[in-house]
Ligand binder design. Sequence first.
Ligand code: 2HA
Ligand code: ZN
Length: 267
Amino acid sequence: MKEKNATGILSAPFMTKTIKVINDMWLKGWAERNGGNVSYRLDKNKVGEYLDELSGVRTIQLFNEVRELAGEYFLVTGSGKYFRNVILDPEANLGILKIADDGKSYTILWGLTNGVKPTSELPSHLLSHISRMRATNGSSRVIIHTHATNLIALSYVLELTTENFTKWLWEMSTECLVVFPEGVGVIPWMTPGGEPIGRATAAAIEKHALVLWPFHGVFGAGRDPDEAFGLIDTAEKAATILVKVLSMGGKRQTITDSQFRELARGF
Ligand code: 2HA
Ligand code: ZN
């Protein structure tokens, strides 16, 4: 048995890093009202240090079986909760759940007080975790959904294909090709919250760590909160530049295809 961790789960690095990234999204202006949601597949050994603070009382059926996630612990944002309040009261706005061994239900072990449920986008999060675990040999742990302003704005203007959206963003900043070499996956507009958009997102995120939900927001994946946030932040920065460029009458010069090939060789 692991020894009791003296400082408590609120000071656990997985907790403080998640809270910081959630607050950063609020400060970025991406998280109006209850916009956005986060899930972090926790390292079992690290959660193990806080077992005395985890006690299961509520068990809830899942939308479908997720056998690939059986026994996994997730730190998640609460349904209807505002990112800007997470810093004030993590226990009311976040929760830790554990997926049952048969993959059919989960138990809430910490937080989500007052009967609050996990994020309404849980299907998209859990199915995306399965995809990213496959794509990264298990190293991917964090999925972020957020309403990144300029990426949403561009979805009204750019042709909605993975190839087109990716190329425009790559051109807006030299680092983009390096940060998201596999591009931005674009899925069609779909009703949020359900399993169908979850399946579409999971299929796209298996190939692209960043996925655009047109007229809504983005999903980004990473090995920790910083990496998932950094990916979205980089794409959103490029989107911000593109909105300015288009507002100034459009590009007059850009990174050329041969420069892209040189960059790709360098990395
Ligand atoms: O929970 O962002 O997509 C608020 C959302 C739903
Ligand atoms: Zn949303």
